[in-house]
Design a protein around this ligand. Structure first.
Ligand SMILES: NC(=O)c1ccc[n+]([C@@H]2O[C@H](COP(=O)([O-])OP(=O)(O)OC[C@H]3O[C@@H](n4cnc5c(N)ncnc54)[C@H](OP(=O)(O)O)[C@@H]3O)[C@@H](O)[C@H]2O)c1
Length: 249
């Protein structure tokens, strides 16, 4: 197995609050990172000037198959931290299926390549989404409210569809393509890494009793998945939920 220092990773949504932390985590581990961004200035200068960072200035949904192949061919794994911007246009305007379409395009591109090892894809998603392969109990109130959210907040449906596309398209991993969907609960910003716990399914109700997850911990776990073979083996084909561990006073 190659060391992280010999690997190349692609991060999409790299200019976002979590994406830039993931880029930093991967660079800190000695990896080469391609960061796909619409606006390079949104990445901090310390990252932009890093010798092992390749900035790709493009809109993913506008790239053709050939460009996607060039972008993904030398990558050991791809991570998506894409999310709809939290403004009127981002939530209710096109592209309505940003995360699903990006996931589909990137995975299909990797899947079409004859690779020595399977392509790997890590999707940042949400504890508010269920893994339909598992019996994840939901209260009646939760199911009713989620039904409303699906209609009123299109990005929620987009995140659900993206995770479900991976689950149904590749099962628990094919010879060509493997995946992991990371499900944080309410995102918070912390300056320091802290303890966190991973679970196969939510242990609390994401709508009525949400937990908290720091973006830094999400980035660290995503980087662990991409660089540590044991972590990948443990969680590939699954949808781990990440919670910050509550500090007991
Ligand atoms: N907020 C929460 O509590 C919470 C909880 C659980 C999960 N999540 C999910 O976590 C994910 C990431 O969260 P975050 O806070 O790190 O996200 P964020 O800071 O809003 O970053 C979103 C990223 O997506 C990119 N993007 C947005 N619209 C795009 C478009 N049309 N085309 C291409 N790129 C586009 C942004 O690029 P630009 O910089 O160019 O706009 C940015 O890089 C989201 O999917 C969110 O649903 C959120």
């Amino acid at each position: 197995m190659q060391q992280a220092t010999e690997k190349t990773f692609l991060v999409v949504g790299a200019s976002g609050a979590t994406g830039r932390l993931l880029v930093g985590q991967l660079l800190d581990r000695g990896a080469r990172v391609k960061a796909l961004v619409r606006s390079p200035v949104k990445l901090p200068e310390t990252l932009r000037d890093h010798p092992r960072l390749l900035l790709v200035h493009a809109n993913l949904l506008e790239l053709g198959a050939e460009d996607l192949d060039v972008l993904t061919r030398d990558c050991d794994a791809i991570a998506s931290c894409l999310g709809h911007n939290l403004d009127w246009k981002g939530i209710w305007g096109p592209p309505y299926r940003l995360v699903t379409e990006a996931t589909r395009r990137l995975c299909n591109s990797m899947n079409a390549q004859h690779r020595e090892a399977p392509g790997r894809f890590v999707l940042m998603n949400s504890a508010g989404n269920s893994n339909c392969d598992l019996d994840e109990p939901l209260s009646l109130g939760h199911r009713l409210l989620i039904g409303l959210i699906r209609v009123a907040v299109p990005p929620h449906r987009d995140n659900e569809l993206a995770a479900d596309w991976l689950r149904t398209r590749f099962g628990d991993g094919s010879e060509q393509m493997q995946w992991c969907v990371v499900r944080p609960d309410t995102l918070i910003d912390e300056n320091e890494l802290s303890d966190y716990r991973l679970y196969p399914s939510p242990t609390r109700d994401a709508l009525f009793d949400p937990g908290r997850t720091s973006r830094l911990n999400v980035a660290r776990f995503m980087a662990d998945l991409m660089t540590e073979p044991d972590t990948w083996t443990r969680w590939q084909g699954r949808m781990p939920v990440v919670y910050n561990q509550a500090v007991v006073a």
